[in-house]
Design a protein around this ligand. Structure first.
Ligand code: IVH
Length: 674
């Protein structure tokens, strides 16, 4: 029988190609995928299947012929022996001066010497060498656990596969070199030209190109990419006694690692600040992109004395070049409903390229923020994108107002379920009160399945939406009742994907107590708080039965969190969901270790108006970091935060000789604890 192609098949092929091209772009160019790897795979498999049935219609531009990259999730993961921390940021000289002051005060030294290096804008990696041989290379990941990318890293010419013998110190039995993998400007240009010739979408910036290259499962592809490295530090090193960061860098170079030649060693604060200005001038003449400078206390014993916060070392800071801004137009304002019902306005923008990334949306935070900045639909606005943070609207370009702009009003009803919305006293957020709101259910389930919670691979936004809409899942417990058969009935869900998802769900059933608590999505209970609670209460049942006072008496837990927990567990529905989850075979493991929260035991009083946040947010931030906020000043107050037009509390604080923080010092303090 001669086969004729059904027009519907042709249409589906075109649709699949379009979808795959789009998702490739999101993944490779924007480094911001919209669908999970499993969903992507599913689309690709469908395309390959149809193409194999109808080889005569396979074209050279098919994503199946071009893209060899299977999904990221298939890389093995590895725990770093020592956590890969992040860096605190400074944006102005004052910040660096304050950093220097903090450092000197902490170690009680008159003058400290620093080593300063350009801050490369690439990806952090860890290279583990045992007895001089490269055994593992991994990404930073979440700092704790990274992905194993050894095969790709082996293809990078500047990475030594075997270390060189050094005359003085030899080769350590174990060394974890840490540094940045990046693509230089020339390499980037050439790579994109090649991609264009092959009708592939160009990468938006060198960072995305480097990320996309390191994520290749086929290392032969990575080998064709112009990846480079600079090594700037170490994790574990066995048997090494060096007293300065600069000496460490020199030793690393002797071992065969590439060290950035622009490093300035052992300089004073003034020279650090001068070096920054110099760097800013020569920035664009460098053969690679940098986004600032990293300043490190040079002496290792001082570094050890200073230690780390939960996020970053106290002995180093990134001094960043100014954040990138651009102007564009607000096309519309959409209101999104979050997990706990909070309505968040989001600006849809005329797409604008900021520092190599196309920005289409920006958060407007809340109604107050829109009102304060007077943002209207149709306005020309300044948008800022700094690092990985969500882009935000900085201000309106008033001179460009035509008068046709429309003032935005927050809806009086939930845009998803139509229920009434409320604004609780003292809060900026407007919330939908209907806990059965489809948007809230979807967000709760998404949160429940996310990294840090049950971490169910493949259960991304689209699939969650499908599961909720088709009524297969209404509460987190329902996830554990899904069967392969029920999933297969979903549109575009094949047997293999269904089986994969069921396996992923099964694998998630053994969970640590902190992850379990975090997964419940209780207001104000983030990962950090969840860990504290887990350590304190040891079993979920203990936490469920605890009183507000008991919870509040835990170091690092404030009254807001305590109240939120008690009211969550007071609801029968929530207790039932937990019971059902456990009845369906979820097992909670209870071994956890935890660091003390950075502001534990520290008391604050707030007075006056802060520019960057409401008082309530300031309070939440302090409490999140383990501190407490009191309403009146006493001798026991550790800090008084004074905003604009402070009241009598400031006078009293001065009379008592308490420490007073202005807004930027306060933000700095919070930044240190974040
Ligand atoms: S030191 C403990 N030095 O910046 C902190 N980091 O925001 C170790 N980075 O993930 C970082 N150039 O990928 C250090 N010369 C440099 C750097 C550098 C770029 C990146 C690094 C890290 C990020 C921290």
């Amino acid at each position: 029988m001669s086969k004729r192609i059904n027009p519907a098949t042709i249409r589906r092929i075109e649709e699949l190609k379009k979808l795959l091209h789009y998702h490739n772009y999101r993944y490779y160019v924007l480094d911001d995928p919209e669908i999970s790897d499993v969903e992507y795979d599913h689309l690709m498999q469908e395309l390959i299947k149809i193409e194999s049935e109808w080889p005569q219609i396979v074209t050279a531009d098919s994503p199946s012929a071009r893209v060899g990259a299977p999904p990221l999730a298939k890389f093995d993961t590895i725990d770093h022996r020592i956590r890969m921390l992040s860096l605190d940021n400074g944006f102005a000289e004052e910040d660096i001066i304050a950093f220097d002051e903090r450092v000197r005060k902490n170690i009680d030294i008159e003058e400290v010497l620093y080593t300063a290096e350009p801050k490369l804008d690439g990806l952090a990696v860890e290279l583990v060498y045992e007895n001089g041989k490269l055994v593992t290379a991994s990404t930073r990941g979440d700092g704790q656990t990274g992905e194993v990318i050894t095969a790709n890293v082996r293809t990078i010419k500047t990475v030594p596969l075997i270390l060189r013998q050094t005359p003085a110190l030899g080769i350590p039995p174990l060394i974890e070199a840490r540094g940045e993998v990046f693509i230089g400007s020339d390499g980037f240009k050439q790579l994109n030209e090649e991609r264009l010739q092959q009708s592939l979408p160009p990468f938006a910036n060198p960072r995305n190109a480097a990320a996309g290259s390191l994520r290749q499962l086929d290392s032969r592809i990575a080998a064709t990419r112009p990846l480079e490295t600079f090594i700037y530090g170490v994790g574990t090193v066995a048997n090494l006694n060096l007293d300065s960061h600069w000496k460490l860098l020199q030793y690393l170079q002797e071992l065969g690692f590439r060290i950035n030649p622009i490093t300035r060693a052992q300089i004073k604060l003034r020279e650090v600040l001068d070096f920054f200005n110099e760097l800013q001038k020569i920035r664009h003449t460098l053969p690679y992109e940098i986004d600032g400078m990293v300043i490190k206390v040079d002496r290792i014993t001082y570094q050890q004395q200073l230690g780390n916060t939960s996020r970053s070392p106290r002995w180093a800071i990134a001094y960043k070049f100014e954040a990138t801004q651009a102007t564009t137009i607000v096309d519309s304002i959409e209101v999104q409903v979050g997990r706990t019902g909070t309505l968040t306005p989001v600006a849809h923008l005329k797409p604008v390229n900021i520092g190599g990334v196309m920005v289409r949306r920006a958060t407007l935070h809340n109604e107050d923020e829109i009102f304060k900045k007077d943002i209207r639909v149709g306005d020309h606005v300044f948008v800022r994108r700094a690092g990985d943070v969500i882009p935000e609207v900085v201000k309106v370009v008033n001179t460009k107002r035509s008068g046709c702009e429309t003032i935005f009003e927050m809806p009086k009803q939930c845009p998803v379920c139509g229920s009434a919305v409320v604004r609780l006293e003292g809060e900026v957020a407007i919330r939908c009160v209907n806990t059965d709101c489809a948007a809230q259910i979807k967000e709760r389930i998404k949160h429940f399945a996310s990294k840090g919670a049950f971490d169910i691979e493949g259960l991304g936004s689209k699939l969650v939406a499908q599961l909720v809409t088709s009524k297969l899942v209404n509460s987190p417990a329902d996830i554990f009742r899904l069967s392969k058969e029920s999933l297969e009935n979903l549109e575009r869900m094949g047997t293999k994907s269904a089986a994969n998802l069921i396996n992923a769900i099964d694998a998630s059933k053994r969970i640590s107590l902190p992850c379990f608590i975090y997964a419940l999505g209780i207001r104000h209970v983030g990962e950090h708080i969840a860990r504290i609670l887990a350590v304190e209460f040891k079993m979920i049942q203990n936490l469920m039965e605890a009183s507000e006072e008991q919870i509040e008496s835990v170091n690092g837990i404030g009254p807001i969190v305590a109240k939120s927990l008690v009211s969550f567990f007071a609801k029968v529905e929530n207790r039932q969901v937990i019971k059902r989850i456990l009845d369906l075979g979820v097992q909670i493991e209870t071994h956890v270790t935890i660091q003390k929260l950075p502001l534990s035991g520290i008391t604050f009083v707030l007075t006056g108006t802060l520019q960057s946040m409401t008082r309530n947010i300031a309070k939440q931030k302090i409490e999140k970091a383990g501190g407490r906020v009191n309403s009146s000043v006493s001798r026991n107050t550790d800090y008084v935060v004074a905003g604009d037009s402070p009241g009598s509390k400031l006078k009293r604080a001065r009379d008592l000789g308490l420490k007073i923080l202005n807004e930027s010092a306060f933000q700095k303090l919070l930044g240190d604890t974040a």
